[in-house]
Design a protein around this ligand. Structure first.
Ligand code: GEK
Length: 250
């Protein structure tokens, strides 16, 4: 366990009743508890992080960039660096939360993988992306305003080299009332088993309501095919948390 992991505080942000629940934001308070929060909230998080590193290594090519968009504390960037076998690859992690970026830079620099990792503070929507063999958005697209998602996918497609891959992970809607309700119950059971109370679960849900907007998987798939990607496939799913990848034709 690294020094960083030993210093992670437990997430107690929504433990006490709050009269007015502010919209969720990736501020300093969230950054302080982020590894604990995401591990206890996203089923399969550790498997997804490891799997993305392994999957990225199948598509990374020499003299290219690998982007980790919405990198938070750099878990994906570090997994990609750990598994990368290609020379002259640069991993670029990007986040628009200055609190995240500051902590991420310190965290990432405590590792010493051969593949360099550069962390930038920027909004993905304004970012210039180029020469990418792999682009990853691990639970980030759901925080982008829905009407901007088509254009963002088109920009990522353009930035990929032929044969490149886009790896997306998202919480999804199932699009059927009783199926959604069953799966949401399973997710809430998962959170309860990880120590969150009903109050914490419901207050967090309220905080996320206006900022995390979910699509159905079929919407993601259609959008990517319409953008020009050759094929889209799920490689991991637990409950309503899905990770999938799309290939740009060679
Ligand atoms: C992980 N990928 O640990 N531009 C840049 N960053 C953004 C934007 C934007 N427009 N919108 C949101 N973010 C990570 C987890 S968390 C998901 C990703 C979660 C950033 C935001 O600041 C946050 O750090 C991240 O996207 C989403 O694998 O907490 O559910």
């Amino acid at each position: 366990m690294s020094e960083f992991e030993k210093n992670v505080s437990a997430d107690s942000i929504y433990q006490k009743p709050q009269e007015n629940i502010d919209d969720f934001s990736f501020n300093r308070q969230v950054v302080d508890v982020f590894p604990d929060m995401i591990e206890r909230s996203v089923p399969g998080y550790a498997n997804i992080i490891d799997g993305i590193g392994r999957l990225a290594s199948k598509f990374a090519v020499s003299n290219s960039h690998i982007y980790d968009l919405g990198c938070s504390l750099g878990a994906v960037s570090l997994s990609v660096a750990k598994h990368n076998q290609q020379l002259d690859v640069k991993i670029i992690g990007v986040d628009n939360s200055s609190a995240m970026v500051e902590r991420c830079q310190r965290h990432v620099s405590s590792y010493n993988y051969a593949t360099p990792i550069e962390i930038q503070e920027a909004d993905i929507l304004n970012l210039e992306i180029e020469s990418a063999s792999v682009i990853i958005m691990n639970f980030t697209l759901q925080f982008i305003t829905p009407k901007l998602r088509d254009a963002l996918m088109a920009k990522l497609y353009e930035a990929l080299i032929p044969g490149g891959v886009l790896i997306l992970s998202e919480k999804i809607k199932l699009g059927h009332a009783s199926m959604d309700s069953a799966i949401i119950d399973l997710h809430h059971d998962f959170k309860r088993e990880n120590g969150y109370s009903d109050l914490e679960i419901s207050q967090k849900r309220t905080a996320l309501e206006n900022v995390m907007i979910l699509d159905e998987y079929s919407v993601h798939e259609k959008r990517l095919l319409k953008t020009g990607f050759d094929a889209v496939s799920i490689w991991y799913q637990q409950f309503n948390f899905v990770s999938f990848f799309a290939i740009k034709g060679a």
